[in-house]
Ligand binder design. Structure first.
Ligand SMILES: Cc1cc2nc3c(=O)[nH]c(=O)nc-3n(C[C@H](O)[C@H](O)[C@H](O)COP(=O)(O)OP(=O)(O)OC[C@H]3O[C@@H](n4cnc5c(N)ncnc54)[C@H](O)[C@@H]3O)c2cc1C
Length: 286
């Protein structure tokens, strides 16, 4: 399989990528790890006239602690996200989810920016960006915008990015170290995209729920947050676990990936309850 002919352009810096994208217009595509785009091009489902390669732009690959947040350059590979000491210390949920992406070869090429811009509804990075309240920093010739993860993922393979915008950085607020967290996923076999995944971040005080974030992947055309607002302050009893599982099950949109909606809703209930229990069990041990 070979892609349709295209013009190859190397961007050495973010500014250069922005300028090339502005110049070549909507017929151009950015190339990050190529783990989603290249297969689409080989199948001729994507036929960009120009390919703007971000790999030479080394300034886009970093993990930093800055102003109480973790800032991660868009070209940071999944493997680096999974193994970074800073991320494992301050956002272990993110590191654990990254370690579950595909296979080692995919994780060594694929990037956090490419995954979030690609917006596969079953992908791990968009899921955790939503759960942890990440912000996407995007650049274009019109300047820089900061877009919250809530609202960034619009639909299947569609984000709030404009065609002339480059995602340059993803910023994660650092959760308190006493928070509990858990990541659970079900896939047909190791390395596959998930059928369903659940990401949970929770704070617990005096046997009661504090802040609770639960996000799901694989259940709709984009990652979804389970509504948890008024569960704050609830006692951690069986009724609480049952309710959060029910709420998650209600979000299941319909059949996908060959599984029926009822089966999927049941899987979502079970995985959510398991993940919330695990997250609560690890809370307060920071
Ligand atoms: C066999 C296989 C298994 C996989 N399994 C999983 C899995 O289990 N979980 C999972 O989440 N993913 C999985 N993936 C996908 C992988 O995570 C990709 O890395 C990811 O989807 C895209 O990242 P990339 O860096 O390769 O982006 P690319 O493929 O280079 O680009 C993807 C899209 O994003 C755009 N883009 C890239 N970077 C930017 C940017 N900085 N700003 C704006 N737009 C940009 C591109 O133009 C393109 O449209 C798998 C892939 C393969 C081939």
């Amino acid at each position: 399989l070979k892609p349709a002919p295209f013009e190859y352009l190397a961007a050495d810096t973010l500014d250069q990528a922005v300028a090339l994208l502005q110049d070549r217009g909507a017929e151009a595509k950015l190339l990050a790890g190529g783990q989603s785009l290249v297969p689409l091009m080989n199948l001729r489902l994507a036929r960009p006239q120009s390919l703007i390669d971000l790999n030479p732009a080394k300034e886009l690959a970093y993990v930093r602690e800055q102003d109480g947040a973790l800032t991660i350059g868009a070209m940071t590979r999944h493997h680096h996200v999974a193994s970074s000491g800073l991320i494992r210390e301050h956002a272990p949920l993110l590191a654990a989810a990254a370690a579950n992406i595909g296979f080692p070869a995919i994780r060594h090429r694929g990037t956090i920016g490419g995954s979030c811009a690609h917006a596969d509804p079953a992908a791990e990075m968009p899921l955790v960006a939503l759960a942890l309240g990440a912000t996407f920093v995007v650049a274009s010739s019109r300047g820089v915008r900061r877009l919250p993860a809530d609202g960034f993922f619009v639909s299947h393979l569609t984000t709030a990015l404009e065609p002339d915008e480059v995602l340059s950085e993803v910023t994660f607020p650092k959760p308190p170290k006493s928070d509990g967290w858990a990541f659970e996923e079900l896939s047909r076999k190791a390395g596959d995209f998930v059928t369903v995944a659940v990401a949970v971040q929770v704070s617990v005080a005096n046997g009661r729920v504090g802040r609770l974030e639960v996000a799901l992947a694989g259940v709709a055309e984009r990652p979804l947050k389970v509504p948890t607002g008024e569960l704050s302050g609830r006692t951690l009893d069986e009724a609480f676990y049952g309710e959060i599982a029910e709420r998650a099950g209600h979000l299941v949109a319909g059949p996908a990936n060959g599984h029926g909606a009822d089966d999927r809703a049941q899987v979502v209930r079970v995985l959510t309850e398991r993940a919330v229990r695990r997250a609560v069990a690890t809370a307060g041990q920071g």
